[in-house]
Design a protein around this ligand. Structure first.
Ligand code: GRF
Length: 192
C-alpha cells in the first residue's frame, strides 16, 4: 500500500461515469489541510458525465476515454496515470469494469464505493433489490478493487435503515448521504 510520507499528498485519480457527487465530495475532502490525498485527475468513459464540470470548477485535469475498445482505453489511461504520477485511484460511480491487467498495475491502490452492504447485492440495482427483498437495512461499502466484481477486501461500511415508505429513489438518496461520510473515512483509515 502507498503510505503517506511527510507532508506530501498522495496523487489520486477519480474515475466517474455520471453525476460525480462523490467526486465533488472527495475534492472537498482533499482540500482539508490534513487530508492524505490530492485529486489531480478525473477520468471518465462518458463524455456527457455531469461530474466533468468539476474539472473546470476545481481546475483538475480530465480525460475522456471511450470504452468501445476497452483495451485501447485502458492503455491510454495507464499512460496518462504514469505521466501524471498518479499513485492511487478512487472509483466513484465508474460504470466500466477494469481488466485484470489494469488492476494488477495498480495492485492494492484502487478503491471503490458501492451502494450496498457487500457481499450483498454486487453489481447494479442494489436499492431495488433491497426493497424487493424487504430488507430492513441497506448501506454502502468502500472496498479494494480486485479482478472479481465488488469482491475485494472491505475497508468500511455504513448501514442505513430502510423504512416502509422508502422507494429505491428515496433509499438511494439516504445511502448517498452516508457515502459522503464513508468515502473520506475509508481513505483516512488507509493512510492515517
Ligand atoms: C453512488 O451511489 C456510488 O455508490 C455508485 O454510483 C453512485 C455514484 O453517484 N457506485 P455519484 O456519481 O458519485 O453522484
Amino acid at each position: 500500500m502507498v503510505k503517506l510520507t511527510g507532508l506530501k499528498k498522495i496523487k489520486t485519480a477519480v474515475f466517474i461515469s455520471g453525476t460525480g457527487s462523490n467526486l465533488k465530495n472527495l475534492i472537498k475532502f482533499s482540500k482539508i489541510k490534513n487530508s492524505s490525498i490530492s485529486i489531480d485527475l478525473i477520468i471518465t468513459n462518458n463524455s456527457k458525465a455531469k461530474g466533468l464540470r468539476f474539472s473546470n470548477q476545481f481546475n483538475i485535469k480530465k480525460n475522456v476515454s471511450s470504452f468501445k475498445d476497452s483495451k485501447i482505453a485502458e492503455a491510454k489511461i495507464l499512460n496518462l496515470l504514469k505521466k501524471e504520477n498518479i499513485d492511487f485511484i478512487c472509483l466513484a460511480g465508474f460504470m466500466k469494469i477494469l481488466s485484470k491487467n489494469f488492476i494488477k498495475k495498480f495492485n492494492g491502490k484502487i478503491i471503490n464505493i458501492h451502494p450496498s452492504l457487500l457481499p450483498k447485492y454486487k453489481g447494479l440495482d442494489t436499492h431495488i433489490k433491497a426493497i424487493q427483498n424487504k430488507d430492513k437495512v441497506a448501506g454502502c461499502t468502500v472496498h479494494f478493487v480486485t479482478a472479481k466484481l465488488d469482491s475485494g477486501k472491505i475497508i468500511l461500511q455504513k448501514k442505513v435503515k430502510i423504512l416502509k415508505k422508502d422507494t429505491p429513489t428515496s433509499l438511494a438518496k439516504k445511502v448517498l448521504k452516508q457515502e459522503y461520510k464513508l468515502y473520506p473515512a475509508a481513505i483516512k483509515k488507509i493512510f492515517n
